[in-house]
Design a protein around this ligand. Structure first.
Ligand code: ZN
Ligand code: ZN
Length: 253
């Protein structure tokens, strides 16, 4: 299995428009973060988790011409706003499979109503095939995916386990029975927004505590705000086997 971090930034990305914060002004490529998304590849299959406003740029950067499906964590803009840009992939490869909680599909239908028009659908609009995710394992080709249910303040959010790899973002609370599903993962990705606490996201301390509970071999932090600090400085302070993810980072599991 191959993982590519398409984006590792929080909702506004880094740099933030108009910001003079030193992290936003940093020249280190690792301090430039597009909105969170990850590409997961196995055999001949490619899936992405989330499809935020930087989707087009991410597909171009990674030279991707085909995706077998998009799996959504939740309905916030930084995770769904790029859906219109699947058009190029639909023209090439036909209908795109999307996977999400029923509530998330409802929200996507509201935002992108023209995609779901059954009458007089504009010919250039994307084509999607909807797959509803419940909190139980589902199958992709040659892969079982286990949803991990969590709370993002008052919004339900799904993380996902693919064999030895798990990807969770926008979590603020995960119950013990859901953490149990992560036991034995080799690589865990978990959100860590910044140093100080936040109402709907793990801060660094909460993310590190979560990693301690799961005990993966390696953990990578994502959904990072400029307020976390400079990539290279923060990473020096992290416990052994915990890393900050960065855009373009690739892992083989
Ligand atoms: Zn988010
Ligand atoms: Zn969110």
């Amino acid at each position: 299995m191959k993982i590519t971090f398409l984006g590792t930034g929080t909702s506004q990305g880094i740099p933030i428009i108009g910001s003079n914060h030193p992290v936003c002004l940093s020249n280190n490529p690792k301090d430039k973060r597009l909105r969170v998304s990850v590409l997961i590849e196995w055999d001949e299959y490619k899936y992405v988790i989330d499809c935020g406003p930087d989707f087009r740029q991410q597909m171009l950067r990674e030279n991707i011409s085909k995706i077998d499906g998009i799996i959504f964590t939740h309905e916030h803009s930084d995770h769904v706003a790029g859906l219109d840009d699947i058009r190029a992939l639909c023209y090439r490869n036909g209908c795109m499979n999307i996977y999400a909680h029923e509530r998330v599909i409802k929200s996507i239908k509201k935002r992108f109503d023209y995609i779901f028009n059954t009458e007089n659908k504009y010919p250039g609009a994307p084509d999607v095939f909807v797959n509803i995710i419940k909190n139980k394992p589902f199958m992709l080709p040659k892969m079982e995916v286990v949803p991990i249910d969590g709370d993002h303040y008052f919004v339900q959010v799904f993380g996902f386990r693919f064999r030895d790899f798990a990807y969770l973002t926008d979590m603020k609370k995960v119950n013990a029975n859901e953490i149990e599903k992560l036991k034995g993962v080799k690589v865990l990705v978990i959100n860590a927004l910044r140093i100080t606490p936040h109402i709907s996201h793990f801060n660094l301390e909460e993310a590190l505590d979560f990693i301690k509970q799961v005990q993966p071999k390696k953990a990578y932090l994502t959904h990072i705000s400029h307020l976390m600090g400079f990539h290279d400085e923060v990473e020096k302070e992290l416990p052994k086997n915990v890393y900050l993810a960065y855009d373009g980072l690739k892992l083989t599991i």
